[in-house]
Structures are given as C-alpha cells and as structure tokens.
Design a protein around this ligand. Structure first.
Ligand code: GLU
Length: 273
C-alpha cells in the first residue's frame, strides 16, 4: 500500500508552497488508495513554536486535507535519533567536528557558490589525542559523516524518483555532512530518515529543493538497514514576483489567507487540485 507524508517544520507559518506540497502528497496517496500521514518536524527547539504547530493543523483543515493515523511529533522521539547516531558512531562512520560557524565561513569563504561548499574535512585530520583534549575542555562539537568510510560500506547505491528517474548517490558532491548538530543533538537528516522508516512511508513526497538531501537519506538507509522508499519530488511553485515561496521571504501565509476570508477550496483550485 502506498504511504505518503507531509512533514512541515513549525519554524514559521505555512505558505502556498506548503499547501501545494500537502495537497500533492495527499493526492499521490489517494490515487493509489493509500495512506497520507502528517508529521511535525520540530527537532529544533530554538526555532519551533507551539503556535506554529496549531496553525499547521488549522491550515491543513482549512485546505480540506485529511490525514490518516496518529500525527508523529519529532520532539517526542529524540531518543531514537540519538540511538541510531550512536550506532553509526560506534562503527566509526561519524567523527567529531569542533569547527565554529565563523571558522567554517572563513574556510569556505572563497567559494563562489555558497550552496555547494563542502566541508574540507579539517577535523578528520585531528589525532585521537587532540580530539580527547578538545572534548575534555568541553569544546562543543557536531558529528559528521565520514563519507569515504560510508562509501566503502555501501558501495554504489541508487534511489528512484517517480518524477526525475533513477539517481546514483554521488558521495563526492555531498561531502561530510553534519548528522548530529552541536546545538540540538540530532539533525533533519537523521530524524526524517528514521521516521520515514518507522512510519513505513513508501513514497517520500516533497519539493525539488530537497533533492540533495535525498542522497544523504539514501546513504543512511543503507548504513542503518532501513526500508528504501520511492521519492516523488514535486515542482516548486512561485509567487507573482517569480521567486519560490519561503518562510524567509515574507511570503503571504496560509493563516493570513484564511483570516482574510479566502476559502481553502479556492486555494485548492488555484493550485490545480
Ligand atoms: N521538515 C522539512 C521542511 O519543512 C521537510 C522534510 C521533508 O519533507 O522531508 O522543510
């Protein structure tokens, strides 16, 4: 049975891009007589707010989107993400990175394309003694994937996107991504992959802006022996200014639309559902 999910982060109010994503996900599930799940991705306690969670429920109901089963709230499941990271760490697949945000900006500052900057593996070169010393001094650290080691374990791996076809995981383009953030003890990558497996999601639906992350998730599935779903990355819808909707560019929110008297049915129609 097809199982899809909509997994917003309550770090702000939802906008039309989220509405599209939720409707798209629900449609994929319903077309195949499957299930559509809702998950609240609130691992970042510093940015998530309970009022945004309530607004997600209100927005979704207003849109007429109906989810199945119980809603999963990630902040209740942190211990599962920590346990899996420990397994990776014990297998030598993660290493501590003590670099500060400022240091990282300086190391990578020369690169033109900020999005494509890869970590130069500075902390991978630390000796065991140096690591032990920094830890004993209480220097905060994140844990990064040792991508060379991971590649040795997984060999060539692939994932299938119902919209863009088959992809091979390109380790070189990913670099040593952070899997355990120093501030919250886990990461989006860990939480989303573990929960998609836990909820038996068969088709991960989300926007094309997250394609890069899918490579990381496919690696984690392979390393942790998790179920491998299909993906369906959908187009990103744009506002009248030609920019994609985002929480940061002050896009009109669903809450504002709702409160101004626009109906959910009108929005569905406008978005093509
Ligand atoms: N929580 C993520 C976000 O709001 C989406 C995660 C996903 O769909 O995989 O951007």
């Amino acid at each position: 049975m097809t199982v899809t999910r909509f997994a917003p982060s309550p770090t702000g109010n939802l906008h039309l891009g989220h509405a599209y994503s939720a409707l798209y996900s629900e449609r994929v599930a319903r077309e195949e007589g499957g299930k559509f799940l809702l998950r609240i991705e609130d691992i970042d306690g510093t940015r998530c707010r309970s009022e945004y969670i309530q607004n997600i429920y209100d927005d979704i109901e207003w849109l007429g989107v109906v989810w199945d089963d119980e809603v999963i709230v990630q902040s209740n499941r942190l211990k599962f993400y920590v346990t899996k990271a420990e397994i990776l760490e014990q297998r030598g697949l993660l290493y501590p990175c003590f670099c500060t945000r400022k240091e990282l900006a300086n190391i990578n500052g020369k690169e033109l394309n900020r999005e494509k900057r890869l970590y130069p593996k500075t902390c991978l070169r630390l000796t065991n003694e140096q690591v032990a010393e920094k830890k004993s001094q209480g220097v905060p650290f994140s844990l990064r994937l040792n991508s060379n080691k991971a590649k040795e374990e997984t060999g060539k791996i692939f994932w299938n996107d119902q919209t863009t076809g088959r992809h091979e995981v390109n380790y070189d383009a990913l670099g040593d991504v952070v899997l355990v953030r120093k501030d919250i003890g886990t990461s989006y990558h860990m939480a989303v992959t573990i929960d998609d497996d836990f909820q038996d999601v068969t088709c991960v639906t989300r926007g094309l802006d997250l394609v890069e992350s899918t490579h990381v998730h496919r690696i984690l599935q392979s390393l942790l022996g998790l179920q491998v779903p299909e993906w369906s990355h959908h187009k990103l819808i744009k506002g009248s200014d030609g920019n994609k909707y985002s929480k940061s560019n002050q896009s009109l929110t669903l809450k504002e639309l709702r409160e101004s008297g626009v109906s959910g049915a009108e929005i569905r129609k406008e978005l093509g559902f």
